[in-house]
Design a protein around this ligand. Structure first.
Ligand code: DAT
Ligand code: MG
Length: 139
């Protein structure tokens, strides 16, 4: 499978804290092109479906509540080696463990409210991008 796309969400904490512009700036300066983008609110149902793989984990209810607590920015991003390079750019899940200069280290509040999502594989990037965007909305 080609590895030139990944899927991201700027999460409700980062949107509420006014970080959309700064985060998009970092993403673009790191060489990613925007293939698709929208500003939307998830319901508990859509957030629950998106994070279904985590439904047995103890934080699932908290995660679904948080992700449906306010608007998000969803986007498909394009770059060579997109998935791996984007995971490096965002940093570790827990911002306390994220490397200096990463998006989570700079903008996240906690392990739950951690500012940004990045797909963990090209296969999941395709599934996640298709969950949010129709063919008409992708470039
Ligand atoms: P990532 O988003 O880095 O891929 P993940 O897939 O393991 O991390 O988990 C998905 C999201 O769930 C994560 O971004 C924030 C939340 N989460 C993960 N571990 C958590 C924990 N121990 N407590 C609360 N929320 C957690
Ligand atoms: Mg993950």
């Amino acid at each position: 499978m080609s590895n030139n796309k990944t899927f991201t969400m700027i999460k409700p904490d980062a949107v509420a804290n006014g970080h959309i512009g700064a985060i998009l700036d970092q993403i673009i300066k790191a060489g990613f092109k925007i293939n698709a983008m929208k500003y939307i609110a998830l319901t508990e149902q859509t957030a629950g479906k998106f994070y279904e793989v985590h439904k047995e984990r103890p934080f699932y209810g908290e995660l679904v509540g948080f992700m449906s607590s306010g608007p998000i920015v969803a986007a498909i991003l394009e770059k060579d080696n997109a998935v791996e390079d984007f995971r490096k750019l965002i940093g570790a899940t827990d911002p306390a463990k994220a490397e200096a200069g990463t998006i989570r280290q700079l903008f996240a509040e906690s392990i739950g409210a951690n500012a940004i999502h990045g797909s963990d594989s090209s296969e999941n990037a395709k599934i996640e991008g298709d969950f949010f965007f129709s063919a008409l909305e992708k470039f």
